[in-house]
Design a protein around this ligand. Structure first.
Ligand code: ADP
Ligand code: MG
Length: 321
């Protein structure tokens, strides 16, 4: 099977490549065309997943299809953008029809649940690598950025922390556990649900936002730096799942919630007056702490003592932790 047959069979024919709102021209030409609405901005983000670095190799291609897209779409959620489309640059060592079909099915399943369409890409031979670029729309000037946090704002997250990192020993086959533990953790890892609706609901309300991919402490560090403020996190307020707590114990779960990556829930800062209406409307908002004048991220125990750990999160190319 050649490159063009592969693109036609597995990607151009996939349910997620059948066009939709905002897509004027999809796969097949030199460029795709997106319809641009007046008064809107395009939100664009790229993520690369390398086999053996970002996911175990081999792994289930359907699950990989879901996860690879979800991870990329989560950046649209973080900006408060409405998802429109994505491209896929696929590098494959060999052409295996079953693998490609399952991967495309996983991709289509996640694309449908997120409301994005596949509009193009590139297909090359080499070590298995997936690069997704996602496109979303946002009313001009209303995207949620990392730079608007102000002293006095609340620091909040949109869901449980640590499940992605907690799942890792299961994904890698290093540990096993009962299904009531493994199922929710593995579901979170393989099929994270980008918080798209929450991101859009936070437009005009949150002062800063991002999605947690490298761990709460590390990612809060980005908000603190971009906003030139300090962030205080109260360690007993971390929302954690029962599955994570029973799997890793209190201390292990806390360290997964603080420093593990792969959560893909939103972390955001909120002027205090915005909290009650969001909670009343049923949005998942967990207050973890506060924005203060200063710099950096400080973790506090129940007595208000500084218990900030030295390990923060994963960084490529970093020599020492
Ligand atoms: P070009 O050589 O002009 O860059 P290609 O031959 O690489 O175009 O691709 C042909 C068409 O197929 C283009 O519309 C491209 O966007 C699309 N395409 C290529 N690879 C993929 C893929 N993995 N998934 C979806 N669309 C793809
Ligand atoms: Mg090409």
């Amino acid at each position: 099977m050649g490159e063009f047959e592969l693109i036609r069979n597995f990607f151009a024919a996939a349910p997620c490549a059948q066009g939709g709102e905002g897509v004027a021209l999809g796969i097949g030409d030199d460029c795709a065309l997106l319809a641009a609405a007046p008064g809107e901005q395009l939100a664009i983000s790229t993520d690369t997943l390398v086999a053996g670095v970002h996911f175990a190799d081999p792994c289930d291609p359907f699950l990989l299809g879901q996860r690879s897209l979800a991870v990329a779409v989560s950046d649209l959620a973080a900006m408060g953008a409405a998802p429109v489309a994505f491209t896929l640059a696929l590098t494959l060592p060999t052409v295996e029809a079953d693998w490609l079909q399952a991967y495309a099915n996983g991709l289509s399943a996640m694309a449908q649940s997120c409301g994005v369409r596949l509009i193009g890409g590139d297909t090359t031979r080499g070590p298995l690598t997936l690069t997704m670029t996602v496109f979303g729309r946002v009313p001009a000037g209303q995207a949620l950025t990392r730079s608007g946090a102000r002293p006095g704002d609340l620091l909040c997250v949109g869901g449980e922390l640590g499940n992605g990192a907690g799942a890792l020993p299961l994904v890698l086959g290093q540990r096993s556990a009962d299904p009531e533990i493994t199922e929710p953790l593995l579901a979170h890892y393989w099929s994270p649900q980008p918080q798209l609706a929450l991101g859009q609901a936070l437009r005009g309300k949150a002062s800063a936002a991002m999605d947690i991919s490298d761990g709460l402490l590390a990612d809060c560090g980005h908000i603190a730096a971009a906003s030139a403020v300090g962030l205080l996190i109260e360690s007993e307020k971390l929302p954690m799942s029962r599955a994570l707590l029973s799997f890793l114990g209190e201390n292990g779960a806390r360290s997964a919630a603080l420093s593990g990556g792969d959560d893909y829930v939103l972390v955001f800062t909120l002027p205090e007056a915005e909290l009650a209406p969001l909670l009343a409307a049923g949005w998942p908002v967990h207050v973890l702490g506060r924005v203060v004048a200063g710099q950096g991220v400080v973790l506090l125990d129940a007595e208000g003592r500084d218990i900030t750990p030295s390990t923060r999160g994963y960084q490529h190319f970093r020599e020492t932790p």
